[in-house]
Ligand binder design. Structure first.
Ligand SMILES: NC(=O)C1=CN([C@@H]2O[C@H](COP(=O)(O)OP(=O)(O)OC[C@H]3O[C@@H](n4cnc5c(N)ncnc54)[C@H](O)[C@@H]3O)[C@@H](O)[C@H]2O)C=CC1
Ligand SMILES: CC(C)CC(=O)C(=O)O
Ligand SMILES: [Mg+2]
Length: 370
């Protein structure tokens, strides 16, 4: 197949991990006889420096004209002036809105070979395999903002159609898995959450009788996620709660550098990015973990290009290199033998280059299937 992929590497470790993800996609193209046409475009701090705008019109146009967007990360101390009117994050938020990428799918599955080194007890992590479905184009990140010298506000708003469409996405995923859906809100306090809860109940009752719905308040959910993570299957939640809970969930997997994501719209290109940020503390050192970016590329293959077998191959390759101990510092631990970003990418590329389609060998039970 022929596909056009926009590459928005961004700032900090964004370009470092995106390079590896793009290399893996190229190996897939070479081996499976596909043509992937990559087009680089500016975003975030890099775009502010180049043209004074974190999402230039030309970048949005490139993305809209592509089949999918591979995104790195944006932001960093250079652009962190609290009084700045133009900020890198605006580029990402406008991109998500501009593509109407409202459904952010963030799978979390700890690798068994990482359990012993995990900060949580290994037995708590056994059988953890969950998906957070985060609403991505509404809520407090997009509300009206005001700031005076001594007062600031951020408005949080949700409409019924916005809630309905994300709940439908989550319910379809839940129906394909265990049938269990957990909706996370703060309905004891927030009006937006009360609307969220009522709408979720109606959609599930009327349209998804096979799905079992439970509601959990976000503060309790944050605790349960660490205390009994295997009890969750599919979680649906609003924008900010999903953002925070998935950083927390990265502890289950072992690192921020392991969690990929897909942000999907009803039509138009999907946006694929690791859940982590630009990691200024390690940027430029060549030690960032590229697996989240590579797994985001596999989600791109699966969800936007419908290349299921190729996606399986990439996911199996990442699963295997972790099993073989090809670990960046975040996974290996300080002072332990580790590989750099490039070597981790090399290891995945090598396996992908010699792999054959593995539809029957890959399953949710053994390996990633994102
Ligand atoms: N999607 C995006 O582009 C996001 C951007 N940001 C921006 O990133 C900048 C830094 O934010 P932080 O709060 O530090 O969050 P962060 O996610 O960049 O980093 C948090 C911690 O995780 C580590 N980490 C993250 N990704 C890693 C990887 N691939 N390999 C190894 N270690 C990794 C970092 O070294 C750091 O210790 C800020 O400017 C923030 O606004 C934050 C979150 C998402
Ligand atoms: C950088 C923010 C806009 C969002 C964020 O932290 C995320 O999407 O994970
Ligand atoms: Mg985040």
């Amino acid at each position: 197949m022929k596909a056009k992929i926009a590459v928005l590497a961004g700032d900090g470790i964004g370009p470092e991990v995106t390079t590896q993800a793009q290399r893996v996609l190229q190996v897939i193209a070479d081996n499976w006889d596909h043509t992937f046409e990559f087009e680089d475009a500016l975003v975030g701090g890099a775009a502010i420096d180049a043209v004074g705008d974190p999402l230039p019109d030309s970048t949005l146009k490139t993305c809209r004209e592509s089949d999918a967007v591979l995104f790195g990360a944006i932001g960093g101390p250079k652009w962190d002036d609290p009084n700045a009117k133009i900020r890198p994050e605006q580029g990402l938020l406008r991109l998500r809105r501009g593509l109407d990428a409202f459904a952010n799918i963030r799978p979390v599955k700890p690798h068994p070979d990482l359990l012993e080194a995990a900060p949580l007890k290994a037995d708590r992590l056994e059988n953890v395999d969950l998906v957070v479905v985060r609403e991505l184009t509404g809520g407090i990140y997009f509300g009206k903002k005001t700031r005076d010298a001594d007062r600031a506000t951020d408005e949080c708003a949700y409409s019924v159609p916005e809630i309905e469409r994300i709940v439908r996405v989550a319910a379809r995923i839940a129906a394909d898995r265990s049938g269990q859906l957990t909706s996370v809100d703060k309905a004891n306090v927030l009006e937006t959450s009360r609307l969220w809860r009522a709408t979720t109940e109606r959609v599930i009752r009327d349209e998804f009788p096979q799905v079992r719905l439970e509601h959990v308040l976000v503060d309790a959910a944050a605790m349960h996620l660490l205390q009994k993570p295997a009890a969750f299957d599919v979680i649906v939640t609003e924008n900010m709660f999903g953002d925070i809970l998935t950083d927390e969930a990265s502890v289950l997997a072992g690192s921020m550098g392991l969690l990929p994501s897909a942000s999907l719209s009803d039509d138009g290109p999907g946006l694929y990015e690791p859940i982590h940020g630009s990691a200024p503390d390690i940027a430029g050192l060549g030690i960032a973990n590229p697996y989240a970016a590579i797994l985001s590329a596999s989600m791109l293959l699966r969800h936007s290009l419908k290349l299921e077998e190729e996606a399986d191959v990439v996911e199996r390759a990442v699963w295997r290199v972790i099993h073989e101990g090809v670990l960046t510092t975040d996974l290996a631990g300080e002072g332990k033998r580790s590989v750099n970003t490039q070597a981790a990418g090399d290891a995945v590329c090598e396996i992908v280059a010699t792999s054959t389609p593995c539809m029957n060998m890959c399953s949710r039970e053994f390996g990633y299937r994102f």
